[in-house]
Design a protein around this ligand. Structure first.
Ligand code: FMN
Length: 184
């Protein structure tokens, strides 16, 4: 039986959900069994051997839904290998706005015992934004476009699959796992 992996993310305008689906496709292509229910439907972790949890970043934070998921399921997440990703910075690589990752990632890493965290560039499509969001991005002078790096996303899926396919990979916080403080 192949390992079952839950890959889920909080997304307001769907671009982060698409990253979750790409990671799941990368895991499935390597012989794992990844499923991508929306975060609000991903309540039961009992049947999953590992979890990949992500969120879009808004105003420096993971979306509330993803922060709550990490908190509510902390005990179950600490018993499984977990990987995190954030989708946020937009703009060309030489002018990423904002350059920093989400400020709450250390807390989320501690709640989940995550082995790694990756920040991927996101999407800015003004036509999808609400009025308040448009005002915020106008002030931040953010350039519009789809800045997602599918190669980097696919590479992360490859790293996760390689770790899960190692013998004994199902153990929580395996000795080769990184401590939360080393997360990127
Ligand atoms: C109002 C607003 C605020 C944002 N704030 C941040 C931020 O603080 N940090 C960041 O990295 N990206 C920020 N972004 C970029 C989003 O994270 C990016 O557009 C992401 O791809 C959205 O994902 P979604 O389509 O899944 O909602 C912001 C975008 C908007 C519209």
């Amino acid at each position: 039986m192949s390992m079952r992996v839950l890959v889920t993310a909080a997304s307001r305008h769907e671009s982060t959900a698409e990253i979750a689906r790409a990671i799941a496709a990368g895991l499935n292509a390597r012989g794992l069994h990844a499923e991508t229910p929306p975060l609000e439907e991903a309540g039961v972790l009992a049947g999953f051997d590992a979890v990949v949890l992500g969120s879009a970043v808004y105003l420096g934070h993971w979306l509330k839904q993803a922060r709550e998921f990490a908190q509510v399921h902390s005990a179950a997440l600490l018993q499984r290998p977990v990987w995190l990703f954030s989708s946020g910075p937009v703009g060309p690589p030489e002018h990423r706005v904002p350059a920093d990752g989400p400020t709450d990632i250390e807390t989320i890493a501690a709640l989940t015992g995550a082995r790694d965290h990756r920040v991927f560039a996101g999407v800015l499509d003004r036509s999808r934004l609400g009025v308040a969001e448009r005002a915020t991005v106008r002030v931040a002078r953010v350039s519009e476009g789809d800045f997602r790096d599918w190669e980097a996303i696919e590479a992360y899926a490859g790293e996760i699959a390689a770790a899960l396919l190692e013998p004994g990979a199902g153990a929580p916080r395996a000795p080769h796992g990184r401590p939360a403080t080393a997360l990127r």
